[in-house]
Design a protein around this ligand. Structure first.
Ligand SMILES: Nc1ncnc2c1ncn2[C@@H]1O[C@H](COP(=O)(O)OP(=O)(O)O)[C@@H](O)[C@H]1O
Ligand SMILES: [Mg+2]
Length: 368
């Protein structure tokens, strides 16, 4: 068998993996929420995680499952034009079910403060709120639920705030709808304190934490073996350990191991070693440095002080090492938690919340 097989790993942001690892609970909770009916809290969920933790892929996986259940989904990325994008998605995914804003009855038209002129019959003249309301109503009347997913949330995006405010109205009206948001920890925590979206504070916030090793292992094994190469145990052990439960690292590692093995029928130890060192460089530039760049010098010093402990750190020790008061220290602690870098444990204890970043900081003392 001399032919070259395509590399089955997908180290590209937003790219659905060959084998999806873990996340079953996050998916099941939302899917159950969809079948439970309006009012289920899982129907408004925010997924929170750093770059490469698998947010985009999680949103598309759930949207796919939802459409298999008969739901229509509309998916967009936060930004100017997102409402148009959502509406176009609704129309393309549910075109056969929607009469369309122009053709449908105008009897229920009750939008906007001013008198409704003839021109409002044209869809462009109708407010977004009305257009979404009409589409949702039409679909719900046919027993079809509507799932909205919005990726890369950004609290400074006016359209996102507008969307959330009329989504809230659908909920009040007990419409058969759901809304999944996803974003970086710092963006989500800013969104949660924004005015006008108090509604999102009541939504479920789910963190994309590390995927358990057993799930990582199984997904890597299946990706390799189902595509025609062998994955010796020793090689799997090395890959799982290096991935530290992080989806993007998992794909980078698998990709490298496959590639450096060349035409060989079995993934080699040498190829994995090479993949591990290449992955470290790639992770540094795409995940670790961007995360650290968002931190202030004081925050970095806090992290540095934490690396002096082998495991979790006592917050008062950190304050002492930094020579600052407890109030300052707890402000820094709060901000690092918001950024998804550390987590608070039992009273007075903090630990890292991003294993890939923790490993980097410990392995490169003083370099950052
Ligand atoms: N559950 C998963 N199992 C395996 N690979 C995953 C999983 N989730 C994401 N990936 C992979 O990880 C990378 C990052 O995923 P992505 O959804 O783009 O992350 P994010 O949106 O959080 O930055 C992609 O290469 C994707 O193929
Ligand atoms: Mg993404």
């Amino acid at each position: 068998m001399g032919f070259k097989r395509r590399n089955p790993f997908t180290p590209t942001f937003g790219h659905e993996p060959f084998a999806f690892a873990g996340r079953a609970e996050l998916i099941d909770d939302v899917i159950e929420g969809l079948s439970e009916g309006p009012g289920d809290p899982n129907r408004a969920t925010i997924f929170i995680g750093p770059r490469g933790s698998g947010k985009t892929v999680l949103l598309s996986t759930i949207a796919e499952e939802a459409s298999q259940m008969g739901w229509v989904s509309a998916n967009a990325v936060t930004g100017a034009g997102m409402l148009k994008q959502l509406m176009e998605q609704l129309e393309s995914n549910a075109g056969h079910l929607l009469a369309g804003p122009i053709r449908s009855s105008l009897a229920s038209l009750q939008v906007g403060p001013a008198g409704l002129g003839w021109e409002t019959r044209h869809s462009e003249g109708l407010s977004w709120r009305f257009r979404f309301q009409q589409a949702v109503e039409e679909l719900n009347d046919q027993g079809v639920g509507v799932l909205f997913t919005v990726d890369e949330v950004d609290p400074t995006c006016a359209e996102l705030i507008e969307f959330i405010s009329f989504y809230q109205l659908f909920v009040t009206e007990k419409r058969d709808v759901a809304m999944l948001l996803a974003g970086l920890p710092a963006k989500v925590s800013d969104l949660l304190i924004a005015d006008r979206v108090s509604f999102v504070r009541r939504s479920f916030q789910r963190r994309l934490t590390s995927i358990p090793d057993a799930d990582v292992r199984e997904a890597i094994r299946a990706t390799i073996e189902d595509n025609g190469k062998a994955a010796p145990d020793e090689v799997l052990d090395m890959l799982v350990e290096a991935a530290r439960g992080f989806p993007y690292a998992m794909q980078l590692l698998g990709y490298g191991a496959w590639r450096y093995t060349g035409d060989g029928e079995s993934i080699t130890r040498e190829s994995v070693e090479l993949a591990i060192s290449r992955t470290a460089q790639e992770m540094e530039s795409t995940v670790i440095r961007p995360t650290l760049r968002e931190c202030t010098t004081r925050e970095l010093e806090y992290l540095q002080a934490m690396t002096e402990d082998e495991g979790p750190s006592v917050t008062s020790d950190i304050a002492q090492r930094m020579g600052i008061g407890m109030t300052n220290a707890s402000n820094l602690r709060r901000r690092l938690i918001d950024r998804g870098i550390i987590k608070s444990m039992r009273m007075g204890l903090v630990a890292f919340d991003m294993p890939v970043l923790e490993a980097y900081l410990r392995e490169h003392p003083g370099e950052w």
